[in-house]
Design a binder for this molecule. Sequence first.
Ligand code: MN
Ligand code: MN
Length: 482
Amino acid sequence: MAKLTKKQYKKLSEQLMPEKKSVWDQADPAQRKEIMKLGERYKDFLDAAKTERMAVKTILARARGKGFKMYKPGLKAKRLAFNYKGKVVALAVLGRRSPVQGMRLLGSHIDAPRLDLKMNPLYEDQEMVFLKTHYYGGIKKYQWLARPLAIHGVVCTSDGKSVEVHIGDADDDPVFTVLDLLPHLSRKVQESKKLADAVEAERMNLLIGTLPLDMDGGKERVKLAVLKLLNDKYGFNQADLVSAELELVPAGRARDVGLDRSLVGGYGQDDRASAFAALEAVLAVNDPAMTCVAVFVDKEEVGSDGATGAQSRFLEHLTASLLEAAGDTASYRQVFRGLAASQMLSADVNAAFDPDYPEVHDRRNAAYLGYGVCLTKYTGHGGKYGASDADAEYVAWLRKVWDDAKVTWQAAGMGRVDQGGGGTIAKHMAVYGMDIIDVGPSMLAMHSPFEVSAKADMLSAVMAYQAFYQAAPVKANTGRTL
Ligand code: MN
Ligand code: MN
């Protein structure tokens, strides 16, 4: 080959080694405005959807506003909403083709790491009243001490009432806290220990009151006073706490982060970032070729188990209902053919490269904040254990869909091999034989009470999910003989 001129080198490198550009660098003026507007809607969503139950309500309210109808057998409607136990929700727009020919699915999760209450949570010690907790999902326990917490959830009484409790997020509400020990006295108990052992789960008790009933003598006067306050307002007693689901989450609203307001900081962004983007995408769907579905599931943070997790049979029931709604037969065969012919994005977040901890990332395979939605071909941990590894054919199809729609995206895994890892709902959906891959925004300080994401990546996520819904039906996977 003849010696290259500088011009030839530039041309060749542009052709063979295209550089990744950030969302901001690719965005036109209208998109720059849209990024900031989307950021406002996203913060509102995070504030309204602090638990899975609250997320279901928030999602359904927005869906109703866009013409979705609650599903019931025989209902003639193209835009259908499904509410499963108040903790899982699905929104579907029937396509021109039957669901048996495959659907386009987005699957995000609406649960997030938090503190739950134990079954017998309430006690008084030294005239202070506490609630005992059991953490939910992968938390670093120290992050939950010495910060304002809110309580959200339900208490179900034995006479059949279900009472909603929301304390700590309204402006004039009190908040609660798990105390931390002062540094003067924590040298042995905490500071000389390994980080994972320094805070014991059994010491993570929520302080909720100290004011005794006005009387002479009497046992547990503060606890009784607290119970009286609860009973006056909500009508339940101590025994009712056994049939309650009360979740402790960081109090306060999601906020802009940075002088330039380019970031969103707040609780629950794993995975309500993807849930929000999926919601925006499904609400915008109109007369699609294939049936477009967004499912928002619970229990991902604890392994997708249980009736409301992705491992439940919810998706099969949903497919059967969609087949019926489309005027087709919901036989076992049809349900599984439809699922196997589907394409799905497991809409979940990934860890963004943190320059303070470069040693946990592989710089050449890390997600970068602001560089768009992140495609993760496989998750799992060392040796690809527990991974759902997407087919190359499917990845190639998606690349084309996004490049045609001018979506800024990146491909990245989570951390260095053997450094750790994680899973998503992808492997539980892959059992149906559908094409599935992880796609979601990346974020910093994931699983902390104050996760940080880039507003620019939200636009990319919404565009990526919309392009996925709109892409023409194709056989994305070759050699299928089901
Ligand atoms: Mn997640
Ligand atoms: Mn997670």
